[in-house]
Design a protein. Sequence first.
Length: 343
Amino acid sequence: MAGMADRNVGAKSDAYAGGGDSPYTRGLQGSGPYTRRNRRGRRAAGVTAGVLVTAALAAGCGPQDPGADALRQPSARATTAPASPTTAPTDDGKGGTGTAEPSPSTPPASLSAPPTEPPTPSSPAPRPSTAPPPQVLMRTGSEGAQVRELQARLRQIGHFGRNPTGYYGTVTADSVRSFQAKRGTEATGSTDADTWRKLLTMTRTPTADELDPPTERPVAEPDKRCLTGRVLCISKKSRTLAWMIDGRVVSAMDVRFGSEYTPTREGEFPVYWKSRDHVSTLYDTPMPYALFFSGGQAVHYSADFAANGYGGASHGCVNVRDRKKVAALFDQVKNGDKVVIYW
């Protein structure tokens, strides 16, 4: 239709412009009814032809009523353009940098928006430390030669007020905590690698007597019943046990006794039963290296005594807090050896 309209417009405009062979042109150029027209008439005709050509070009192939044309074929430009600038196509059909024409109801948008400052980056949250915590070498419940050395070294600098026992209990934990607090480190009570290194730099290697003293307390004068034979000579006054053979002290160790409600019996008794890994069925309490001498009473190792010292009491047994010493004693004592308990 558009092509046909273009050809029609061209044909009509040529006729009116004098480019064709028609009665109108012959009349203008020759004789006849139209010879009365003067040059003024010719100029008017030319003006009229120009107006008609312009009208034909504006009308195209559709109706000349602009309202009807809008109903039938919308204008290429929307009458309600977006209020904000939009990207308009460029000549090559790709998105360009032009802006669409704003609607009459909104002010023209600026061709170039004012530059905006980039957002200030927020400070990144601190990352949690990935450093591993210091390795714990010894803690409550540990026991052995290293614990004994720890206790001996702490005693050298006044943080452990007794002989080494080889057991890491509450007393040792309190001593380590005191040492850590004085050095400005976290007072955990556990001996980690850092605490151990600091202690090594401040102390010397313990001697054999420091590691294995005969006893924390002076051994009492032995009862006369202890001077012959193989005897466990136990003094309630000095709170010591001396393992004696024919009047000679072989080894000595600290002991504690039963409370006033469950007292340890006094007198002379034979060892009648040995139980290395005994557990009390009455109190559900471990009694390692038990040497029974009177009913349910025995000489044995006590973890509670090693940990808490004389702050507690037994149920009548003779508690030993040095595991290494009582283990050696257990191996040497035989059934039938004497037990003498006295003041």
